[in-house]
Design a protein around this ligand. Structure first.
Ligand code: DGY
Length: 337
């Protein structure tokens, strides 16, 4: 049997690439920073059996139509909103992702953002660098709310939401969570209370978002929801930009409907330097780096490679997104290795 042909849309950390090269003929878009253009992507997948892509590559029906041999799309991300899952399933293409391996990294970063925004850490750093720390110590300078005793609302209680709750449980906060399904298993081990979104928005001092981007979560937080939040509350988003209506958020921050926000993801990425959000003092902005630990990024590469190889071996991949595909094209029919 010929070796499977695989296209990798970016240089990814080792050992991911070497693992794939061992059993497949790999063509790689040779850049750590830039994705292939749409034209290049479509051209390169034409004769490929496998595709390893990033969240910056839009994989839709047009891409899949260009690749009649495609058996597996392995994304180097836990989120898969950049892939048309329905179209993939229809064509018998396996879609895999990288859950679990970045949970700790994202949860740690989320907690970091909570402290950074409430305790005004970036603002404080800026004040020193700009020479504005020119008065003696005083009791009112750069004060912010203490976390202990506050209510944190966790919207989306999957792996990452739960990992955030586990970390926050040592800070003496009250925790409310919302998810489409109730997590009795977690409620029995963590002091968390199930609440609907409205109650979370109305009662929380910090609202942190951990839902995937779907049709149902697009603009989940808009003007109406922001208006429900307390004037003293903070919004944290490390999920996906489009979960929040940016225009409404800018208005909320400008008009002080809420106290502040810490955002790692945006509707438009990269966020332009002159975006209205960058003009506001009550917001912290980071460039989609919540999973950016050396360990998580290496594990993501490893899992993305394992997923891809497993499908081409006709084996169950560790993290399959579209389970229905098993009925459309059973694994033995995609086996090449
Ligand atoms: C993901 O994996 O979906 C993150 O957004 C980037 O690690």
């Amino acid at each position: 049997m010929p070796r499977p042909k695989v296209y990798v849309t970016r240089i990814i950390p080792e050992p991911g690439l070497s693992m794939i090269k061992e059993c497949c003929d790999v063509e790689i878009h040779n850049s750590k920073e830039w994705p292939p253009s749409r034209e290049e992507l479509i051209e390169k997948v034409r004769d490929k059996d496998g595709l390893l892509c990033l969240l910056t590559d839009k994989i839709d029906a047009e891409v899949m139509d260009a690749a009649p041999n495609l058996k597996v799309i392995s994304t180097y991300s836990v989120g898969f909103d950049h892939i048309d899952i329905k179209e993939a399933t229809k064509r018998g293409i396996y879609v895999t992702h990288t859950p679990g391996v970045l949970t700790d990294a994202v949860a740690e970063f989320t907690v970091g953002l909570i402290f950074a925004i409430t305790r005004r850490i970036l603002e404080a750093d800026k004040i020193i660098r700009s020479g504005e720390w020119n008065k003696p110590w005083n009791p009112f300078f750069l004060v912010g709310p203490e976390l202990k005793g506050k209510t944190v609302g966790i919207v989306g209680f999957g792996r990452i939401g739960v990992a955030v709750a586990k970390r926050l449980s040592s800070f003496g906060v009250k925790m409310l969570y919302y998810d489409i399904s109730r997590r009795w298993d977690i409620e029995s081990i963590l002091d968390v209370e199930y609440a609907d979104l409205e109650r979370i928005l109305k009662e929380s001092d910090i609202v942190t978002l951990h839902v995937p981007l779907t049709k149902g979560t697009y603009h989940l937080i808009g003007e109406k929801e922001l208006k429900m939040m307390k004037e003293t509350a903070y919004l944290i988003n490390t999920a996906r930009g489009p979960v929040v209506d940016t225009e409404a958020l800018v208005k909320a921050l400008k008009e002080k409907w809420i106290a502040g926000a810490a955002l790692d993801v945006f509707e438009q990425e990269p966020l332009p330097a002159d975006h209205p959000l960058t003009k506001l003092d009550n917001v912290i902005l980071t460039p989609h780096i919540a999973s950016a630990t050396i360990e998580a990024r290496r594990r993501m590469a490893e899992l993305a490679a394992k997923n891809l190889i497993a499908v081409l071996k006709g084996e169950m991949p560790p993290a399959l997104v579209n389970k229905e595909v098993l009925k459309v094209r059973p694994l033995e029919q995609v086996k090449m290795i």
